[in-house]
Design a protein around this ligand. Structure first.
Ligand SMILES: CC(C)(COP(=O)([O-])OP(=O)([O-])OC[C@H]1O[C@@H](n2cnc3c(N)ncnc32)[C@H](O)[C@@H]1OP(=O)([O-])[O-])[C@@H](O)C(=O)NCCC(=O)NCCSC(=O)C[C@@](C)(O)CC(=O)[O-]
Length: 304
């Protein structure tokens, strides 16, 4: 079996993680501190927020300020989510260089999340992606409810294929497959990746697992064997999804890095330094440190 030599990690904690915390939990300065500390661990791709309606997600209302204050060194990518033209304009004004549009394979989910059907979202994103590209902005696509929708249950693989094709065809350079509820087990993930690979190259896909049912690392292993080389994760397992009731945290970045290094797969990340960041943000948010590897390593450090 051939495993990839190197994996690209997309750190989603400052966006996917913090969007689930109570509004104003962290000050702007602390968000900047979190992002810069994550970058200092060697993470090169960090989602720093989203330009969405502050009425829907007040937690992300300071994304413009965050982007303006971060200095993006060569080789770093600070990304933001954008749902519509208004969001794109705000992202451009704040100096975004990369955005992500987000939809799903289930109408029930997109209706809750972005207040439109999947077809409407694709129709809306097409000109938006083109407009972004003409400004030199790279666009990623998110496809949530890969296997299971929190509102309508099992998702047929034809729906996933159709949305994935549409996102790639409109110009997204990559589609992140969101296993939103975290319910899927290994054979489900293997099945959907096999279905996608029949018509599309898996090099265009990333995976985004939630650990709600403790399946995230097992599903990462399945994705690695299938040839996926980009994986989303969130420091200290922060996160969930405000539109997926009961969804607990994302796959913890520390657990992912521990697995990858154990398998001899390179990342750019200093795990011990990342553990310091995970412990700090958990303490700051008054939460237990939810990364298993992170917590174990933290407890072994001399100062504890
Ligand atoms: C999509 C909308 C905007 C539609 O929301 P809407 O209410 O249908 O939009 P609207 O166009 O009717 O506008 C309503 C109000 O929102 C404002 N508005 C409208 N757009 C913007 C914007 N871009 N920035 C700032 N403000 C905006 C707009 O100006 C207006 O303000 P008012 O006139 O009432 O004062 C809304 O539903 C929304 O913001 N939803 C939040 C969605 C979200 O962020 N979800 C979480 C991310 S997805 C996720 O977590 C899953 C993922 C990616 O991690 C993968 C996985 O795990 O599966």
């Amino acid at each position: 079996m051939q495993l990839p030599e190197k994996i690209k990690i997309v750190e989603v904690g400052p966006r996917d993680g913090l969007q689930n915390e109570a509004p104003h939990q962290l000050h702007l300065d602390e968000k900047i501190q979190l992002i810069e500390s994550l970058a200092a661990t060697g993470l090169k791709n960090i989602e720093v927020g989203s330009f969405v309606s502050p009425k829907h997600l007040p937690q992300m209302a300071d994304t413009g300020e965050i982007l303006k204050r971060l200095s993006c060194k060569p080789g770093m990518s600070y990304r933001v989510l954008v749902p519509n033209q208004q969001g794109l304009e705000a992202a451009l004004a704040a100096g975004a260089k990369e955005i992500a549009v987000f939809t799903a394979a289930s109408d029930a989910f997109t209706t809750q999340n972005i207040r439109m059907s999947v077809a409407e979202s694709l129709q809306r994103f097409r000109p938006l992606v083109q407009a972004a590209q003409t400004q030199g902005i790279a666009v990623r696509g998110y496809l949530s409810t890969l296997l299971d929708c929190p509102y309508s249950g099992k998702v047929p693989s034809q729906n996933v294929l159709r949305v994935a094709e549409a996102l790639l065809e409109m110009g997204c350079y990559e589609v992140s497959l969101g296993e939103t509820t975290g319910r899927a087990t290994a054979l489900d993930v293997e099945g959907i990746l096999e279905d996608l690979a029949k018509t599309l190259s898996l090099t265009h896909f990333a995976v985004h697992f939630h650990d709600t049912y403790g399946q995230a690392l097992t599903n990462v292993w399945v994705a690695l064997k299938a040839g996926i080389t980009t994986i989303d994760a969130s420091v200290a397992g922060l996160g969930g999804c405000p539109y997926a009731p009961g969804a607990s945290g994302n796959l913890a970045t520390e657990d992912l890095v521990y697995l990858l290094h154990g398998l001899g797969i390179q990342t750019s990340v200093d795990l011990n330094q990342l553990v310091q960041v995970g412990a700090w943000i958990s303490q700051r948010l008054q939460k237990p440190y939810a990364s298993k590897a992170g917590y174990a390593l933290f407890c072994q450090q001399p100062s504890v």
